[in-house]
Ligand binder design. Structure first.
Ligand code: CO8
Length: 260
């Protein structure tokens, strides 16, 4: 079935995925989540794709949250099921071997901020506004936000944002370490693409293993993380990419990685 709410373009190893519901500020309903999950799953399998950029359609919003109109009449069971559906997408993004860059081009609220936090890198436009308004609606973040934000910026700032429901601007998000970089809105797509292309030139196995080591290592003791890192490091010596990368250095030429 054709996607109705998710656009996907692939060029030069970079897939750009756009949540395309601008009339609802790209709010995530269950259909959008389903299409997003299928799209990401296909991109993970596609050898032509090395990096994914995730953004929202229009100039106003990345994603203004989960769809409040869909959630308004949910039962407790349906709310739980909806949270699990969203969490499955966020967790899949962490498991993907390919990095995902969020290009946050406006509001990233609630489920929208959770979606950005599930990405590996967040670039934000200078007009972006970020926050977790859930408590103003009588709920809490349900797509992993309480967990990911507090791990990223520490519990105190996460509590301040989540308890107040307050929005912060892009500069404050940068100062707090929520986003990697803030750029003018007109330059956001180009900046995200520049980073994606730089990553895409590198050995995809190395990039994927680095992501694996960082994401999984965060849930381990430091010593276990070191052990895990050294195992992955060792495995890479059995790959063509390692031979090519080091061979190219010795021969003073550019490496041509094949992801093997
Ligand atoms: N859900 C549904 N529709 C939305 C949403 C949303 N989250 N955000 C905006 N829209 C719609 C508006 O209803 C409006 O539609 P219409 O024209 O039909 O009335 C359209 O988008 C444009 O929005 P506004 O007219 O409100 O635009 P403004 O510029 O005046 O305001 C804001 C922009 C400030 C972003 C405002 O739209 C707003 O506050 N939106 C809601 C933000 C929010 O509260 N997000 C959090 C939602 S809760 C959540 O994400 C929980 C995640 C975890 C779920 C766990 C599973 C249970």
């Amino acid at each position: 079935m054709e996607n109705q709410n998710i656009l996907c373009e692939i060029a030069e190893g970079v897939a750009t995925v756009t949540v395309n519901r601008p009339a609802s500020l790209n709010a995530l309903n269950s259909q959008v989540l389903k299409e997003l999950e299928c799209t990401l799953y296909k991109l993970e399998q596609d050898p032509a794709v090395r990096v994914v950029i995730l953004t929202g359609a229009g100039e106003k919003a990345f994603v203004a949250g989960a769809d409040i109109k869909e959630m308004a009449d949910m039962s407790s069971f349906e709310g739980h099921r909806f949270a699990l559906q969203g969490q499955r997408v966020m967790l899949f993004m962490e498991k993907m071997t390919k990095p995902v860059i969020a290009a946050v081009n406006g509001y990233a609220l609630g489920g929208g901020l959770e979606l950005a936090l599930a990405c590996d890198v967040i670039y934000a436009s200078d007009n972006a506004k970020l926050g977790f308004p859930e408590v103003t609606l009588g709920i809490i973040p349900g797509f992993g936000g309480t967990q990911n934000l507090s791990r990223l910026i520490g519990p105190n700032r996460a509590k301040e944002l989540i308890y107040s429901g307050r929005m912060i601007n892009a500069q404050k998000a940068l100062a707090w370490g929520v986003v990697n970089e803030v750029v003018a809105q007109a330059e956001l797509a180009a900046k995200a693409l520049e980073l994606a292309r730089e990553i895409a030139k590198n050995g995809s196995l190395g990039v994927g293993y680095a992501k694996n080591a960082i994401v999984n290592g965060l849930n381990m003791t430091k010593e276990d993380g070191f052990r895990y890192e050294s195992s992955l490091f060792g495995v890479l010596f059995a790959t063509e990419d390692q031979k090519e990368g080091m061979g190219a250095f010795v021969e003073k030429r550019k490496a041509q990685f094949r992801g093997k």
